[in-house]
Design a binder for this molecule. Sequence first.
Ligand SMILES: [Zn+2]
Length: 336
Amino acid sequence: MDRFSIICPLLAIWVADQSANATNEAKKVRIDNLHCVYTYCLNNVDCRRTLLLEYFGEQYLSSQCKKYIATRCDNCCSVAQTKLIDFTILTKHIISLVDQLTKKLRSTTINQVIDILKGSKQKTIKDAGYDKLEQFNIAEEVSRINLERLLSKLILDGYLHQDISINDTYGTATAYIRVGKINTFPSPITLSVCLKKENPDVSSTISNNSIHNRLVDACLIKLKDELKLISSEYNIKYSTILSETALKQMALTMPRTKQEMLRKTVEMTTIKYDMYKLDRLLSITCLFGSKLDEEKREDLISGGLKRKREATTTTTTTTTSSYFQDKTNSNIKKKK
Ligand SMILES: [Zn+2]
């Protein structure tokens, strides 16, 4: 089942909606709108904010989105480098393939077209003789998701047309494609594809952890020293007031208020806190807590600068895949 089939039930409702006496034009607008959403969801490369605002006629640079790590969209988080590929030649092959299939079968689906383009080894493909077609395995190097994106774009741009067929008995919908009304190419058919994925910043995680551990250790030493001092003032062992485990708990959580300390340190009680004036321990956890905050802030800023530097080196180039540059049919790669 192709991904489009997933939204077909929704299409079935929209197409079959007679209650609002929807005209064919209105239905077409609805389907186009749904197709826009589908194309948006398929896009795993371009900045989500750019795509959304472009839809509403506004301009937004993805560099703006990349600027703030915490609020980056999923695509800006995962894509390090993109490349604009010219798919015009492949598009011509796709249109020709869809034309042949619809003439032979009267209908075809996105899934079937992609299977042929990708050189599927399915028995049905071989039995139907599709492995003998000129377009068989022509897009071996293009990922399935990018082919789906390309086909979706071709439908939106009018190069292909999608018909929704409703099964009256089951209320299910199937999407068929055929050649659309547009068959000229005033400008190249391009698609930005992901060249390099963003690596999770391991070094930053390690440094974050080591900063945290270092501060926890230092905080624990200070807490122990202070508790020893307090216990000596009362002539008791320091473990009588709090155990080593409780101190470790305190160092790890670095509470900032009395309530927080009571809540986060199991052995701590209000009586103990007031009796031994343990606000002296609180002042230590507050101090180390704010140090940790400061370190995290600096790390975030330096991480942001690092990402910003990387973002400026991110290249977006227009290239025709060498694979599709060859216009002679004799050189079209075919599966043997
Ligand atoms: Zn973004």
